[in-house]
Design a protein around this ligand. Structure first.
Ligand code: SF4
Ligand code: SF4
Length: 450
């Protein structure tokens, strides 16, 4: 397929990176690289969504990856997945036979699915600080994203998402739902919560935000980047950790950070060779001088994986959330990263010894009791009403092109990329009538209005 045609189809379908922050795919793929990696590592414990895609949509993944290899001029196309998924490995071996694509089998460690860690695993190259894999000749696409790319090649837009629903629910399942479906409808489809006062993690347990108020839960909907919903009892370690205030984090850092460096020594960004030592950010934050401290600006290199805070720190401190605070303050003050852009290969020898086994991580964060759960199939949810955010991606929110009272059909464009902006199109996910337009487009099915 012609590159311009491919990029136009991906753009028209509103495809974004589904495994991360939602970078618009038509921008990411408009590049020249030597290697394309399909990321099926899904390193967050408890999530099964990528496994589902690889098992049930392998032809789509192979088709989209082959097209991406062709249009980027790459000489190598690789599907990376955990070697522990033997059945899926067999399945993909057959699906890729004779295509020129290969598999890269990765050990079960966290965060194997981090884009920059995966580039290191597959190619041995280190993405430079604040760089993209493109900087080292690599494009990475989540396997779920590739399923959407394959559909885009048939002019089918992104309107649905497969989500893992697990934890304290009656029947943990994968659920396929239209974008904008209330998260509560997914939990209900799985038989509902089985603890009296639940809280919810939207995404994986390491990086997903915790939702623990009725208002936030009522507002939570499925987006293009939703990978999981994990139901936990209120008071769970992950909820308590997420609620620590910046003031408390500072007091605790000042009182208890022993500068042991464990947070830095186990940090995936440090281990791939970037000049990032998060204990230096801790030191500046504890002293209250992060605003004027050059080492504190390293916080911008943090990918917020949570290894330092949820696994490494022996004092139970919050380096990850402190990095987030420092980044927020720096952006507000217009401060930029001015540190080194150099990388070092001197940590390669010991990187493999510092990978964090997922079972040990699960025990540390208190989710080991959910680890043996394998979702019982994939349910389908058909909501009567959806609320589709106009921003489900990095960049500018889409501009609504529909108004209240208008009738729409599933797949119709309801949000366009603003002129000249980085962004992604948004489409209606059900047939119905537009009932509201603000930061999202609300649609009720005609049946619901009768
Ligand atoms: S691991 Fe904890 S105690 Fe040690 S330097 Fe990092 S934040 Fe401080
Ligand atoms: S969250 Fe912690 S371990 Fe992860 S990249 Fe940031 S500093 Fe490193």
């Amino acid at each position: 397929m012609e590159k311009s045609r491919f990029i136009a189809l991906v753009k028209a379908a509103g495809v974004v990176g589904e495994g991360g922050a939602g970078f618009p795919a038509h921008v990411k793929y408009d590049a020249c690289v030597d290697t394309v990696i399909a990321n099926g590592c899904e390193c967050e414990p408890l999530l099964h969504t990528d496994q589902h895609h690889m098992m049930h949509h392998a032809p789509d993944i192979v088709r989209a990856l082959s097209a991406l290899v062709e249009v980027t001029g790459a000489s190598r196309g690789v599907i990376a997945l955990k070697r522990k998924h033997a059945e899926i490995v067999d399945h993909l071996s057959r699906a890729t036979a004779g295509t020129g694509l290969s598999l890269a089998l990765i050990d079960n460690f966290y965060p194997a699915g981090d884009e920059q860690v995966l580039v290191k695993e597959v190619t041995g190259r280190t993405v430079p600080p604040l760089g993209l894999p493109l900087a080292v000749g690599v494009a990475v696409a989540n396997t779920g994203t590739l399923v959407s790319v394959s559909r885009a090649m048939d002019e089918t837009p992104v309107t649905r998402k497969v989500v893992t629903v697990t934890g304290e629910v009656k029947t943990p399942c994968l659920v396929e739902a239209p974008l904008g479906t209330p998260v509560s409808a997914l939990v209900a489809a799985c038989g509902g919560e089985i603890v009296p006062d639940p809280v919810y993690v939207l995404g994986g347990p390491m990086m997903g935000p915790v939702v623990d108020t009725p208002e936030a839960y009522a507002a939570a909907v499925v987006t293009k980047t939703t990978g999981g919903v994990i139901v936990l009892p209120r008071g769970h370690f992950l909820q308590v950790n997420a609620r620590t205030t910046p003031e408390a984090m500072r007091r605790r850092a000042a009182a208890a950070c022993i500068q042991c460096r464990y947070c830095s020594e186990l940090c995936p960004r440090y281990l791939i060779g970037q000049p990032f030592e998060t204990h230096r950010v801790m030191r500046a934050f504890a002293a209250g001088v992060e605003g004027s401290s050059q080492p504190a600006r390293q916080a911008l290199l943090c990918c917020e994986c949570g290894v330092c805070e949820l696994y490494a720190c022996p004092m139970g401190l919050s380096p990850r959330r402190i990095n987030i605070e420092v980044k927020r303050a720096m952006r507000a003050a217009g401060q930029k990263y001015e540190g080194s852009r150099e990388v070092t290969g001197t940590r390669d020898d010991w990187r493999s010894y510092r990978r964090i086994p997922v079972p040990r991580l699960a025990a540390r964060v208190g989710i080991e009791r959910y680890m043996g759960i394998h979702p019982a199939g994939c349910l389908e949810v058909r909501p009567k009403a959806v609320r589709i955010p106009l921003r489900q991606h990095i960049g500018a929110p889409a501009a609504a092109v529909v108004a209240p009272g208008e009738t729409v059909v599933a797949g119709q464009v309801i949000g366009e990329i603003p002129e000249g902006a980085l962004g992604a199109r948004v489409h209606a996910s059900i047939d119905g009538v537009v009932t509201g337009v603000d930061g999202a487009v609300s649609i009720s099915s005609k049946g619901a209005l009768r």
